[in-house]
Design a protein around this ligand. Structure first.
Ligand code: ADP
Ligand code: ZN
Ligand code: ZN
Length: 828
């Protein structure tokens, strides 16, 4: 029996607080359960019990009591709590902040949480009387906050009652609008159940010889779905899902004919929520694919590697069939009764992989990410602590927080992606690195997969810490794309580039269009043009709250700040010289699209960037229309570089490599190599060899040649030497210290003060700054930053202590109390 409980609260305060356990609760209280505790005069919070103990407090302190136990069974498993502790320590935040990031809203009711009644709920009888009272207080249109409900119920806290309402789905938690995910139904077409073989199809076609329209509609379906090839090769995985819209767009198909075919029992339609998991029942059974020799060798080597290493890098060129290797590894793992966590860098990518895994693993697969409705995230969380957890979890960053009972394998796909790092708010964690720690705590293995490893990961391989397995060939012996460099400087000099397309790129696009092949154009900037400039005096409009030029967005005819999102009207005249002519400089995706329309008026285009994908369905619509061939040319930002798998992409154009190459960042070349190689990898994935045209003004750069030759080894050798020479990671650990304040002078003084506090602990080479960063003001706050390069030999806990003490001292100084300061460990 324990007398005291340490409780983690969802606050940036301290690390945990200790409460006394009243004897009535001593029986039920367990580590990992939520409890209600008082804080301050009148506040009640729900927190998680991190430790039970009998360490009596100092004599002069009276502890407050735990008020209530919210959960009968722990929400958090011990490994999860240990992970929180590690994260708080390593990323220098509190466990409360980790908890805020980790738990879905429905599991961490805060006083600001808004609660709604679920209009579809009807089983009132399952609710107790008090619960019904609370239910009756809720509205299904206007969210109520907890304190309001508490007043109305005359209770200090409604957490426990509300928990039951949420569990029964009688109540739902209000979601932030940007989270809101509206499931959309889409109708698909497939062969009716009794038509499975070539003979069935033949006899169906026979019955249609008088009904020509139906016959051609059926043929259109067979064509679109790839059914012919599938039957010939005996591989039903080759059958594509065909949406009704797609079918009706095809020549020969019509609504009436489709109706008739349904009545005859030849075709049937079914609807699915777009973006949700399709289980085996809605998809043709996906048999596992036979592995190629190279894939089989890789699989064997990974197994061997796991005998000696906990972590293995699978370095396979784009389209080498890494996903298929993962699938086999997942199968082996779940067959042993262990769980798999499959991490993707981007929510947007989950749909494609989800369909692929869904065909094979059906309802063994759970999908989890922050854009899912909160109620479902809560449900999945509960399922993972139940007796029947999903064996496989597919998710983005936040899936690392889920409880795992028997984790055996973590797959980190596209491990080099920077979106694994959370930038804002705390915890500023790397999901890849945290997943490795989680795996270690659970005794699980980690497979990092990519065609372009991060320098840090490859260094871990070289140092013998990680195993390495390589795949050098594309699946089906498709050749790597051929990369052509176009020297834009030279072409401009010769006046051969009146449009953003070099002659070679223009010809290649034309040829692809003629052959009905698809094109991806990569331009890593959204909007129309990144800068407007007065022709007379050179003035350009800037954000009044941030220190950056505004981007012109033609579609909305507005100027937009890409740092704070503020929009501005287009100025009629230059405020400096009253000139009326503003010219747009440089290219964004909108302007590239406009140029495509001008040069190739027949091409059907789509644009994929932050502006067109804000809504989830936006992203899916673009991908679906590209996959079904409704789009010829896809123009996009780095979103198009990631893991997309399309059959008919023949040509990739990298519009402006210099944007990537010229970033003032020691990782610029590594990133440029990764992005260019990844986007190049989208070309020619099946069948024909792809073509890439890379436009740059710096054709002579080594890194450009490395992309052409896909020579990662050389990129690595050069980069690692530079890192060593200048003591950058992996030869040091970086900690970025950022201070913010409205008053620039004060901000600068605070940064100097902070620097002076920590300076005695570091050499001048290790502590850089304070400086004004390249963008010195964001959302009206001035910025100053310091960079610490901590040698890997220096014990991190000492560094942490120094920094935390200095922060406390800074904030205790009367002038600097209002300074905002944070640490970013391993910034990317
Ligand atoms: P990567 O993840 O390495 O880029 P993928 O796993 O996406 O590569 O595979 C590339 C393409 O090759 C995909 O279209 C996939 O369906 C196909 N493919 C890979 N392995 C096999 C296999 N063993 N049998 C049939 N098709 C395969
Ligand atoms: Zn002017
Ligand atoms: Zn701004």
């Amino acid at each position: 029996m324990f007398l005291y409980a340490d409780v983690i609260l969802p606050l940036a305060l301290g690390d945990s607080l200790t409460y006394a356990i009243p004897s009535a609760l001593q029986q039920q209280l367990r580590v990992g359960c939520r409890v209600l505790v008082p804080l301050g005069r009148s506040k009640v919070y729900s927190g998680i019990v991190s430790r039970l103990h009998n360490d009596a407090p100092q004599a002069d302190i009276t502890l407050k009591d735990v008020l209530e136990v919210v959960d009968e069974t722990p929400l958090m498993l011990p490994e999860g709590l240990q992970l929180w502790e590690w994260m708080a320590h390593y990323y220098m935040c509190t466990r409360g902040e980790v908890m805020k990031a980790a738990l879905p809203a429905g599991l961490k009711l805060e006083s600001e949480t808004g609660v709604l009644r679920n209009p579809d709920f009807s089983e009132l009888e399952v609710l107790s009387e008090r619960e019904q009272q609370l239910f009756n207080l809720l509205s299904d249109t206007k969210a109520k906050k907890l304190p309001q409900l508490e007043r109305a119920m005359g209770l200090r806290s409604v957490h426990t009652l509300l928990r039951h309402l949420l569990d029964h789905r009688a109540a739902i938690v209000e979601e932030r609008v940007d989270r809101l995910f509206r499931p959309r139904l889409q109708t698909f077409v497939r062969l009716a159940e009794n038509i499975r073989t070539q003979e069935d199809i033949n006899s169906a076609l026979d019955t249609l010889h008088r009904a020509q329209k139906q016959e051609s509609c059926l043929l259109a379906y067979l064509d679109a779905s790839g059914m012919g090839a599938a039957l010939t090769l005996g591989d039903m995985c080759l059958v594509r899902e065909v949406s009704k819209r797609e079918l009706l767009n095809m020549e020969g198909a019509s609504e009436a004919a489709l109706q008739a075919l349904r009545q005859r029992g030849i075709l049937e339609t079914y609807s699915v929520e777009v973006g949700r998991l399709r289980t085996a029942s809605t998809l043709p059974e996906g048999l596992r694919k036979e592995l190629s020799d190279e894939q089989r060798r890789a699989l064997g080597e990974i197994r061997d590697s796991f005998k000696h290493h906990d972590c293995c890098l699978l370095h396979g060129v784009t389209s080498s069939g890494k996903t298929e290797v993962y699938i086999h590894l997942i199968e082996e793992t779940i067959a042993r009764g262990e769980q798999v966590l499959y991490l993707l860098p981007e929510i947007a990518l989950t749909t494609q992989i989800m369909q692929r895994l869904g065909r094979i693993f059906g309802d063994k697969l759970g999908v989890y990410h922050s854009k899912f409705p909160d109620a479902e995230r809560v449900e999945l969380w509960r399922r993972q602590i139940s007796d029947t957890p999903y064996p496989i979890i597919l998710g983005a960053r936040s899936a690392i927080f889920l409880p795992f009972q028997r984790l055996g394998l973590v797959i980190v796909d596209e491990e080099h992606e920077t979106s694994y790092k959370q930038q804002e708010p705390a915890p500023r964690y790397s999901a890849r690195d945290t997943a490795i720690v989680l795996a270690r705590k659970c005794g699980a293995k980690v497979l990092l997969g990519t065609a372009t490893p991060s320098i840090e990961t490859y260094h871990n391989v070289e140092a013998g810490r990680y195993g390495l397995v390589e795949m050098h060939h594309r699946y089906g012996d498709v050749e790597m794309p051929e990369v052509f460099i176009e020297d834009v400087r030279e072409l401009r000099r010769k006046r051969l580039m009146p449009t953003p397309f070099s002659p070679r790129l223009r010809d290649a696009i034309r040829e692809a269009l003629r052959n009905k092949e698809q094109v991806i154009l990569f331009q890593n900037r959204r909007g129309y043009s990144p800068v407007l400039e007065c022709r007379t005096c050179g003035w350009s409009p800037r954000c009044s709250r941030c220190d950056v030029p505004l981007t012109f967005h033609q579609r909305d005819n507005k100027l937009v700040c890409h740092y704070c999102g503020a929009t501005y009207e287009l100025p009629r005249q230059c405020p400096q010289c009253e000139g009326t002519e503003l010219r747009d400089m440089g290219y964004g995706t909108e302007k590239i699209e406009a140029a495509v329309h001008a040069v190739f008026p027949e091409a059907r285009t789509a644009r994929m960037d932050l502006d067109t994908t804000r809504s989830r369905s936006g992203y899916e619509d673009i991908l679906n229309s590209f996959a079904s061939g409704d789009t010829d040319i896809l123009i996009g930002t780095q979103m198009v570089t990631k893991g997309l798998d399309f059959e008919r992409v023949r040509l990739v154009g990298i519009m402006n490599a210099d944007q990537l190459l010229n970033k003032p960042d020691f990782r610029a070349h590594e990133r440029a190599y990764q992005m260019m190689s990844q986007v190049a990898g989208r070309a020619g994935r099946r069948g024909k060899r792809g073509v890439v045209v890379l436009q740059t003004q710096q054709a002579e750069l080594e890194v450009v040649r490395q992309v052409v030759e896909s020579n990662y080894a050389q990129l690595y050798r050069e980069e690692i030497q530079q890192r060593k020479d200048f003591c950058y990671p992996p030869f040091s650990r970086l900690i970025h210290i950022v201070l913010r304040h409205h008053d620039e002078h004060l901000c600068h003084e605070a940064a100097k003060y902070f620097a002076a506090l920590i300076a005695p602990h570091f050499t001048a080479d290790q502590l850089l700054g304070p400086d004004r960063p390249a963008v010195g003001r964001i959302q009206s706050l001035h910025l100053r930053h310091l960079l610490l390069k901590v040698p890997t030999t220096m014990p991190p806990s000492g560094v942490r202590r120094t920094l935390l003490a200095a922060r406390s001292a800074l904030l205790a100084h009367p002038s600097f109390r209002r300074i905002l300061i944070h640490f970013d460990v391993d910034p990317v």
